[in-house]
Design a protein around this ligand. Structure first.
Ligand code: NGQ
Ligand code: ZN
Length: 441
């Protein structure tokens, strides 16, 4: 396993008190009587979509039409995206990041493609929307891996972009300029990688030119891939190969890369990708919500594949739910249990956590060992955690933790969540509600 995390890195309250938290706030008087573990990475988020969570859960296809689908959801999402500006994006992202921290994500990979103004013209400065995300991360204290996203085409057939996609588009040169500007802002709490929206949206020659540009020498490099069967069909028709196979043959896929979803792979693609050293970002709550399909988890893990988890559309913000449904999807389809467990780690929750931690850190461009003081403190006094040994704590949190067991979160020396609440929860929620008034007007 590629994990920099194992049970000894997971401390009980007594051991924890022997460590000092960089925030200097170990609260010895009340005692962090509980379990302390490294914070998780949310490897895939579109923060703005948090504000439309729940607004696409009604049927829009009329009788006789095709059913509601990923593609009809996308129309609803585009209509919502069309309304955002830097100010509302900042308010929505900050709310999403507060919820992420309260749920146990201490770092987020933001797959950011909503670059331009409503009319498709660049903002002045061109980084205005990126700056809104950076400000939201700084304000809330979550670590940010910003992934400015290249989006150039409307499909494999290079159909022109729809009016609603004009906010996403760059020429390669303009994109490289944006990337250069954002990279100059990197520092503690901000890492800047690259995303390619999808094989649909980035023509082969642009992919090749980007990879040759030098700016891609350093990762992380993320791409949406093989999420819907229509993409498999279109890729086969246009390029004669399935998407993951095509990517493996046309780009040097290695540990810099994070393939988001990779839902639909054949056995050869699964084995090749597992060997590549890349991470797959799995987003089970969104993949279920959008009707994507189920990832072949056990064969991929058996082949040594690396995984991370992501909240993607932010229909749900909960690493516990992502990890639980990652396993439950497999149980339902295989009619068996503990499918993510292994010979070395028989505890399913513990193994899932360790995998998601190591893969998430890789996808976020962080060092393997979680030494950066992004820590979670679980409430050992809660009855749900009574009489649990360390391995059982994670199994219990992931499979039985529907109540808030997370009490404290510290990131980079800031004590951000206390007694389950982010320190700025109220102010950020108030501004979010005001933004929603404008977004839904
Ligand atoms: C996105 N989301 O970019 O937000 C996409 C939908 C697309 C997911 N794939 C748009 N979950 O794929 O074209
Ligand atoms: Zn996505």
């Amino acid at each position: 396993m590629n994990a920099g995390f194992s049970i000894p890195n997971f401390w009980d309250g007594a051991t924890w008190r022997a460590h000092s938290c960089p925030c200097g706030d170990a609260m010895p008087e009340t005692g962090w009587h509980g379990w302390v573990l490294p914070g998780l990475v949310n490897a895939h988020s579109h923060a703005f979509q948090r504000a439309m969570a729940g607004l696409a859960e009604h049927r829009i296809a009329s009788a006789g039409d095709a059913q509601d689908s990923f593609w009809s959801w996308r129309e609803t999402m585009y209509a919502f995206a069309a309304r955002l500006d830097p100010e509302t994006l900042h308010a929505v992202a900050a709310q999403a990041y507060v919820e992420m921290l309260e749920a146990g994500y201490t770092q987020v990979c933001e797959f950011h493609y909503l670059h331009h103004a409503q009319d498709g013209k660049p903002y002045a400065p061109v980084t205005a929307m990126s700056a809104a995300l950076i400000a939201a991360a700084r304000e809330t204290g979550i670590g940010l891996t910003l992934l400015p996203t290249l989006y150039m085409a409307g499909g494999f057939d290079r159909r022109p972009l729809a009016a609603r996609q004009q906010r996403f588009v760059h020429t390669l040169d303009a994109f490289l300029d944006l990337l250069t500007e954002l990279r100059a802002q990197q520092g503690p709490g901000l890492n800047v990688g690259i995303a390619l929206h999808s094989l649909r949206a980035v023509p082969p020659e642009a992919l090749a030119a980007l990879l040759e540009s030098g700016l891609a020498a350093r990762g992380p490099l993320h791409i949406h891939i093989a999420e819907q069967t229509a993409e498999i069909d279109d890729c086969l028709a246009a390029r004669g190969q399935r998407p993951v196979a095509w990517l493996l043959d046309h780009a040097p896929i290695d540990a810099r890369w994070c393939l988001v979803h990779a839902t639909h792979m054949d056995t050869e693609e699964t084995a090749r990708l597992a060997r590549s050293g890349a991470v797959v970002a799995l987003c089970p709550s969104t993949e279920a919500n959008l009707g994507d399909g189920l990832f072949a988890l056990d064969s991929y893990l058996d082949a040594g594949g690396r995984i991370a988890i992501g909240s993607d559309s932010n229909i749900s913000i909960s690493p516990v739910e992502e990890l639980r449904w990652l396993e439950y999807g497999q149980r339902l389809i295989r009619r068996a249990r503990n499918l993510a467990a292994s010979a070395q780690q028989s505890h399913t929750g513990t193994r899932l956590y360790a995998l998601a931690l190591a893969g998430g850190r890789q996808a976020a461009g962080l060092d393997a060992a979680p030494q950066d003081a992004a820590l979670l403190h679980l409430d050992a006094a809660h009855p749900v955690l009574a009489e649990r040994c360390p391995e059982e704590v994670l199994d219990t949190w992931i499979f039985a933790g529907n109540v808030p067991l997370l009490r404290d979160v510290c990131v980079g020396g800031r004590h951000l969540v206390r007694a389950g609440h982010h320190v700025q929860r109220e102010a950020i929620a108030r501004r979010y509600r005001q933004a929603l008034v404008r977004l839904r007007a």
